[in-house]
Design a protein around this ligand. Structure first.
Ligand code: 6PG
Length: 479
């Protein structure tokens, strides 16, 4: 905290010194940037200075001296809970700023709020960035993946700081200018949607292993760890493997077994599904992940239903080792579909919102620091690098090779699980989505006929221009 007020001294300012804000600021200080933080709570400000001892770090509990302490044009990031608080912080901030100052919202704000705030602040002469930050506490402290969207010229001002603190993969920073307006927050939202789908796939894998293969936590730890040493390597797989082996200090039981089976969420997965519907771009694996988190909350009803219906799982009648090989293939297949659906949504948003997204760059900055980082992202980056106009990831030859190789595995796993009553909706929808996507002819002609039959909504004919309506009950020759 400060009593004497430094002026025009610090390169970067942070509002909100909770875990993420404090750690990101300390990360900046590690890279020799002079930084200042503001939080109304003196304890947070004191903790920042304590943790930043020996570095150029200053904590403030009052907004005005904090703002004055920053070099101009000022670069100020907010890391406060998404929603109304962001608006109230901006309202407090604006009278103290000068034109040309840069405000960055580093939280998980809804992209439509970011669009509104960007417009309002631009009219007042300020630059606004909606920036997705992924990687949690560890990422913030030692290198997150960051997705900044906003004014391209203003980005030059903050670029050195963001590049320095970001995660690095083979020396490449996991941050890049994403695009105009709310594009950064849109991309982070879709990142989270993919995160939901992959987490749910891992949960369904756990379900198949424990109920279908009757595996112990120790066995699951070994299998997940083994997978993580191969082509499936990813942060979420690594985390999951660890969970199967974790006991609290002094305890002997695996903590996982004592955790309630009701999942919470902050909304980014749901937003992804909602927007995907608006943009007419199906993301069924993400939808399924959101639905399953929601269904988990109906514990009382599920317990009642479990008594009403037979829920004794006999286990899968399979050769365990052979099935685990298929399960590895199934997970790879479904994970790729989850990424492909998310990227398809980014492709649609890029055109429809004018974000002009570079999907190769986005794949590149997701390779490190973020929650969905995985070895597969190298393949995804190459796919978009080879063909920047790629309309859908499943149309990439490199990806189709993997999909063809893993397809038998997912068919076998979904078939066996469905036959024995084990729920794996996200695997199943990933497979069905693929089967529909690769169909040159879908049964949608029947949908059009039905619509025209009961609602005269018209249909189009193959090989003939125009729209048509049939007298479905009166026109045709009777058999
Ligand atoms: C990240 C995470 C992060 C957070 C999610 C959790 O990229 O670092 O996505 O943003 O963990 O918001 O989301 P839910 O609470 O909705 O699961």
């Amino acid at each position: 905290m400060t009593t004497n007020s430094p002026t025009n001294q610090y390169t970067f300012g942070m509002i909100g010194l909770g875990t993420m804000g404090r750690n990101l600021l300390l990360n900046m200080a590690d890279h020799d940037f002079a930084v200042a933080g503001y939080d109304k709570n003196p304890a947070q400000s004191e903790l920042l200075e304590k943790d930043g001892a020996g570095k150029i770090v200053k904590g403030f509990t009052e907004l005005e001296p904090f703002i004055k302490s920053l070099k101009t044009p000022r670069s100020i990031m907010m890391l406060v809970p998404a929603g109304k608080i962001v608006d109230s912080v901006i309202a407090e901030l604006v009278p103290l700023l000068d034109k040309g100052d840069i405000i960055i919202d580093g939280g998980n704000s809804h992209f439509t709020d970011t669009t509104r705030r960007d417009g309002e602040l631009a009219r007042q002469g300020f630059h606004f960035f909606g920036m997705g930050i992924s990687g949690g506490e560890e990422g913030a402290r030692h290198g997150p993946s960051m997705m900044p969207g906003g004014d391209k010229e203003a980005y030059q001002v903050v670029e050195p700081v963001l590049t320095a603190v970001s995660a690095k993969v083979n020396g490449d920073p996991c941050v890049t200018y994403i695009g105009p307006g709310a594009s950064g927050h849109f991309v982070k939202m879709v990142h989270n949607g993919i995160e939901y789908a992959i987490m749910q796939l891992l949960a369904e894998t756990y379900e198949v292993m424990r109920k279908g293969l009757k595996m112990s936590n120790a066995e699951m730890h070994d299998v997940f760890s083994g997978w993580n040493a191969g082509r499936l390597q990813s942060f979420l797989l690594e985390v999951t493997a660890d969970i199967f082996a974790y006991t609290e200090p002094g305890a002997s039981d695996i903590l996982l077994d004592g955790i309630k089976d009701e999942a919470k969420s902050k909304g980014t997965g749901k937003w992804t599904s909602q927007i995907a519907m608006d943009l007419v771009t199906p993301v069924s694996a993400i939808d399924s992940a959101v639905s399953m988190r929601d269904l988990s909350k109906y514990k009382t009803e599920r317990v009642e239903a479990s008594k009403l219906y037979d829920t004794e799982y006999a286990g899968l009648d399979v050769d365990k080792d052979a099935f685990l090989i298929e399960l590895e293939q199934a997970y790879y297949f479904a994970m790729i579909v989850a990424y492909a659906q998310g990227m398809h949504l980014l492709h649609s948003a890029s055109t429809q919102y004018g974000y002009d997204l570079n999907l190769e760059s986005i794949s590149k900055i997701w390779r490190g620091g973020c929650i969905i980082r995985s070895t597969f992202l190298e393949t995804m980056m190459e796919a978009y690098g080879t063909n920047p106009d790629l309309k859908h990831l499943l149309l990439s030859p490199a990806v189709s090779d993997i999909i063809n190789e893993t397809q038998p595995g997912i068919r076998s796993v979904v078939g066996a699980a469905v036959a024995s009553g084990i729920a794996l909706p996200t695997y199943a929808t990933a497979l069905s989505y693929f089967d529909a996507f690769r169909s040159a002819d879908m049964p949608a002609n029947l949908i059009q006929a039905q619509r025209d039959y009961f609602g005269a909504h018209t249909f189009e004919r193959i090989g003939q221009d125009g729209v048509f309506h049939a007298q479905w009950q009166g026109d045709q020759a009777q058999p």
